[in-house]
Design a binder for this molecule. Structure first.
Ligand code: OAD
Length: 242
C-alpha cells in the first residue's frame, strides 16, 4: 500500500478505468458475478437495439427501474477519492464504463463515459439528445420534444459501436498515462478491456482493484483484492502528500 501511494503521488499522468464494481457499494448491481444483472436478465432481451425495437416498453421499464435505483444511490468513498484525486490534479482523466453518472455526482469533471449515460435519451428518428432525470418516468416510452418520435436511452447496447471520438480519446489517454488504476471491472467487454493492455504496452504501471481475479490480473503490477472503497480509502489514508 505504501509503495502504491508513492507511485500515485509521483505519477505524471494518472488515469483510472472504472466498471460497475465501483458502484456496487452504492447499492447498484454489477452485470456479472453471483448477484449480477445478467444472472437475472438476458442481455439480448434488454440491451440490444433489436430488443428495443421489438419491445420498447419492456426495455424502458427496465431502464426506468435502474434509473430509480441509481437516483436513490449516492457516490461511495471510492467515487469520492477519485474526485479528490482530480481536484488535486493527480488524476488526469477518468474513463468509465458505467452509465450511472455517480462519478460526476462525486465531483469528477474529466470523465469519458464510454458506454453512455442513463440520464440522457436520444431520439430514434431525429437524433435529438436530451437530459432527463425524471423517476419514475411519466411516459413509457418517452417521446422526443422535437419530432415526437420515440426516445431511447443514450447508452451503448450490445452490437453497437462506441462513440469514435470518445474511444479515440480513451486510446490516447491510455497510451499516454504512466499509471493506470483499473477499478471494479471484469475486463471482458471490448474495447474497454484493451485499454489497460495498451497502457501496459506503453510501460504504464497497472494497479488493479477488484476482489476477484480478472483477465487483467496477470499483467497488473499490483492487484488489490479489496472492495473499491476500502482500497481507495486506505490509499488516501496512508498519504500525507496526495
Ligand atoms: P461486470 O459486472 O462485468 O464486472 C464487475 C466487476 O466488479 C467484477 O470483476 C467484480 O469482481 C468487481 N466488483 C464487485 N464488487 C466490487 C467492489 N465492491 N469493489 C471493486 N470491484 C468490485 O461490470 P463491468 O466490467 O463494468 O456494458 O462490465 C462491463 C460492461 O458489461 C458494462 O459497462 C455493461 C456490461 O454489459 C454495457 O451495458 C454496454
Amino acid at each position: 500500500m505504501e509503495e502504491l501511494v508513492d507511485i500515485i503521488t509521483k505519477s505524471k499522468y494518472l488515469l483510472a478505468l472504472t466498471g460497475s464494481g465501483i458502484s456496487a457499494e452504492s447499492g447498484i448491481p454489477t452485470f456479472r458475478g453471483k448477484d449480477g444483472l445478467w444472472k437475472e436478465y438476458r442481455p439480448e432481451e434488454l440491451a440490444t437495439l433489436q430488443a428495443f425495437k421489438k419491445n420498447p416498453t419492456l426495455v424502458w421499464e427496465w431502464y426506468d427501474w435502474r434509473r430509480s435505483l441509481i437516483a436513490r444511490a449516492s457516490p461511495n468513498d471510492a467515487h469520492k477519492v477519485l474526485a479528490w484525486l482530480e481536484e488535486r490534479d493527480v488524476l488526469k482523466m477518468l474513463i468509465t464504463q458505467n452509465v450511472d453518472g455517480l462519478h460526476r455526482r462525486a465531483g469528477n469533471k474529466k470523465i469519458i463515459e464510454l458506454h453512455g449515460n442513463i440520464w440522457r435519451m436520444k431520439c430514434m428518428s431525429c437524433n435529438n439528445e436530451v437530459e432527463n432525470y425524471e423517476t419514475p418516468l411519466k411516459e413509457i416510452p418517452p417521446k422526443c420534444n422535437v419530432c415526437h418520435s420515440m426516445l431511447r436511452p443514450s447508452v451503448v447496447w450490445f452490437g453497437e459501436s462506441l462513440d469514435p471520438f470518445l474511444l479515440n480519446q480513451s486510446i490516447l489517454h491510455s497510451s499516454r498515462c504512466d499509471v493506470m488504476m483499473v477499478i471494479g471491472t471484469s475486463a471482458v467487454i471490448q474495447p474497454a478491456a484493451s485499454l489497460p493492455i495498451m497502457a501496459k504496452n506503453n510501460r504504464a504501471v497497472l494497479i488493479e482493484i477488484n476482489p476477484s481475479e480478472t483477465p487483467i490480473s496477470p499483467i497488473a503490477d499490483y492487484s488489490l483484492r479489496l472492495k473499491a472503497s476500502v482500497a481507495m480509502k486506505s490509499l488516501v489514508g496512508l498519504s500525507s502528500e496526495i
